[in-house]
Design a binder for this molecule. Structure first.
Ligand code: RIB
Ligand code: CA
Length: 314
């Protein structure tokens, strides 16, 4: 099977971490690098978390620090969701290796330039690094085959009524990426809020018994504390993992192609991903918007991915 070369960019973050556990377990993906961004926590904290996650799952690839802050806005961080560390809950191993000397944009550009085939980008945090890459190296856009991103929401937000966190943190960066002309699959809240893993499934994962499985279960224990406070949530919405599963198992999703742009100058809707659902603007669709998923299939894919890290019989 021809593996897809990918670069993971995120702000771990519990769901980023679980997304990377999934990506690392997939025989379909060839992870070339990991880059950190400022989102759920400061870039320093998300970088430390990225190194610890890679150490835990045995992902020995270049890790580079992303930009310190969004293009125009101050950092927003989300300790109420992910804790002060950005990845509260289970104790994690100390990093087995350090970041590379290059910054995220320089590393991404080098990998894309040197690659014999187009690279897929999988940002699961604010799009600051991706926009910076496109601004600094517009000639490389033709060597990027696809962007599978977690962000946005056509019908609603979660950090503001109309804006999802990743987009709201850096709307200018998001607007630039959505307008860049690189194919995008958007895992927005319309689908990711349905990608819930239930407490009984936490226990199935815990029961696998490996260090990774135990850690993932304990990430869910912590992450669910926030979600159960939200009305109607029966489980923890693993937003970022949807961006990975959209690549490895597209068959479990309903997708709608539409023209989407990002609001960057509004008192009430700044950071909103405005989707032209009915095509009233007559503009060519620029985004494959994930609209629905088979939740049970999603949960099985996640559990089976964790199982690849080993099963420890009682
Ligand atoms: O709105 C959900 C997104 O914000 C996820 O990527 C989560 O990790 C946070 O970054
Ligand atoms: Ca994230």
């Amino acid at each position: 099977m021809k593996r897809i070369p990918v670069i993971l960019d995120g702000d771990p973050g519990h769901d980023d971490a679980i997304a990377w556990v999934l990506a690392n377990a997939s025989p379909m993906l060839d992870i070339k690098a990991v880059t950190s961004c400022c989102g759920n926590q400061t870039m320093e904290k998300t970088t430390y978390n990225a190194l610890r996650i890679c150490t835990l799952i045995g992902l020995n690839v270049p890790v580079a620090k992303g930009r310190v802050k969004p293009f125009l806005k101050p950092p927003m961080v989300a300790p109420n969701v992910h804790g002060q560390s950005g990845l509260d809950g289970p104790k994690l191993p100390e990093p087995a290796f350090d970041v590379v000397p290059e910054d995220a944009v320089t590393l991404m550009a080098r990998i894309i330039e040197e690659s014999d085939e187009p690279i897929t980008l999988v940002p699961t945090g604010p799009l600051t690094n991706i926009a910076a890459l496109f601004m600094a190296h517009p000639e490389l856009k033709k060597k990027i085959s696809h962007i599978y991103l977690m962000g946005g929401g056509i019908h609603h937000g979660n950090w503001a009524p109309a804006a999802e966190f990743n987009i709201q943190v850096d709307p200018e960066a998001a607007a630039y990426v959505f307008a860049a002309g690189v194919p995008i699959t958007m895992a927005g809240l319309d689908v990711t809020e349905k990608a819930q893993i239930y407490p009984e499934e936490f226990e199935i994962i815990r029961g696998l018994g490996s260090k990774v499985a135990t850690t993932v279960a304990e990430w869910f224990d912590f992450f669910f504390q926030y979600h159960k406070s939200l009305n109607g949530y029966k489980g923890a919405a693993v937003h970022d993992a949807v961006a990975i599963v959209a690549m490895t198992n597209p068959e479990i999703f309903e997708v709608k192609d539409m023209y989407v742009e990002v609001e960057t100058d509004s008192e009430y809707c700044n950071g909103a991903t405005i989707g032209d659902v009915h095509g009233v603007l007559g503009k060519k669709p620029n985004v494959h918007v994930l609209w629905n998923l088979d939740r049970d299939a999603f949960a099985k894919i996640l559990i089976d991915a964790v199982r690849t890290y080993g099963e420890v019989s009682e």
